[in-house]
Design a protein around this ligand. Structure first.
Ligand code: FES
Length: 153
């Protein structure tokens, strides 16, 4: 299959990769770069477990082709903490107990970071609406929204 070389930044590090042109960003992260924090739930854009930021915007990495990312800046859950210091939203998820099984949590947190950046945090309903692409099978939505709300201030 045709392949391409792509240079991009992942969590602040420049990476040049050679990928099959059909490789999703999610597979690049998990299989080639060893960043397994982003989860593969549905692999079809329906669950949000694979959410990362590309140039500051939320995307489902399972639907994002790596070949489209020349020069892009990708942020994943692995890059969120500052050394030993958790990102405020990570801390808020801990404080609020905003997860049970944890499978959706990296995607929820990256989506929450995007939601806060976008300013869609005026009310619990607004947060819920703008994070509606992130499914939680354990039903932790109330606590997830609370964690996002607290972090947004
Ligand atoms: Fe990408 Fe479900 S794995 S949206």
């Amino acid at each position: 299959a045709p392949s391409s070389r792509v240079s991009l930044t992942v969590n602040g590090s420049r990476r040049t990769v050679t990928v099959d042109n059909r490789t999703s960003l999610l597979d690049l992260l998990r299989e080639q770069l060893g960043l397994t924090g982003s989860k593969k739930g549905c692999n079809a854009g329906a669950c949000g477990a694979c959410t990362v930021l590309v140039d500051g915007r939320r995307v489902n990495s399972c639907l994002t082709l790596t070949v489209r990312l020349e020069g892009a800046e990708v942020s994943t859950i692995e890059g969120l903490a500052d050394g030993d210091e958790l990102h405020p939203l990570q801390q808020a998820f801990m404080d609020e107990d905003a997860f049970q099984c944890g499978y959706c949590t990296p995607g929820q947190i990256m989506s929450g970071v995007g939601c806060i950046k976008e300013g869609h945090t005026g009310s619990p309903e607004e947060i819920r609406e703008w994070m509606s692409g992130n499914i939680c099978r354990c039903g932790c939505y109330v606590k997830i929204v609370r964690a996002v709300e607290q972090t947004a201030g």
